[in-house]
Design a protein around this ligand. Sequence first.
Ligand code: COA
Length: 266
Amino acid sequence: MHDELEAVVVAFDEDTGVATLTLDRPDSLNALNARMRADIVSGLDRLAERDADAEGVAVRAVVLEGAGEKAFCAGADINEFSGSSPGAFEPHTMRDSVSEFPAPVVAKIDGYCLGGGLELALACDFRLASESSRLGFPEVDLGILPGAGGVQYVARLANPAVATELATTGEHITAERADEVGILNHVHPDDEFEAEVTGFVETIAEKPPLAVRAIKDSGNVAAESDLHEGRKYDRRVFATLLETDDHAEGARAFAEDDYDPEFTGR
Ligand code: COA
């Protein structure tokens, strides 16, 4: 499957269950305009439909990337939002559709990842970056702050001091520094980045998909509620997963030393 929306290209590999969403405005460093935000939501909706129609699970992981050589995403489209009314700028639906998408979403950061682009990456479940990538919140220089919760999320992933420093200075930090403070999962040398991301995503895609999805949700619960709520969630879902074919298949494969189990997402 290869779906070209106006500002996003959606590809889906039926064999691996891996989908790719490419932000496709390279001439503007993939700046997020209203069209792109809507396309991200509808691209994910289309993938979710494919999933609902499948027996078991169709989509096992989504890679979110930017087109071109220079950027994952250079933030909100400044030409569009400058002068627009506050109501016209609504990034929350997009964030929710990424974080609530049933399968994990991996941000593949290769180049600039700024402002709303960094907030979009923060909505993803995993963030991998090439070494030459630069991350930051430049909004302060436009007299605003990151409007989609950027400071809040970095404060939780790293700490409040790092979050407020990033947003106050507007500095573009290196991927290495972003990794050190806890914003990224991994940084890889530029010439190894493509292969590392592919390997990472394949690993996820081969795992039992219902467990992977439950773990994604568990991570969201951990980020947004207290320990008591989180433990309650995990206990409830653990009981449900024990009933799945995938659990039976995992247990069988372990008992029989079979290193190639077939997980169906049922
Ligand atoms: N919105 C709209 N257009 C943007 C953009 C954004 N956020 N970021 C980059 N672009 C456009 C530039 O206007 C330029 O368009 P042009 O070729 O028609 O002039 C094109 O993308 C390339 O950007 P350019 O600035 O020439 O590249 P650079 O390598 O010199 O600098 C950045 C790269 C990312 C440092 C610089 O583009 C930048 O600071 N962008 C704004 C980032 C920002 O403030 N984002 C938060 C918005 S709230």
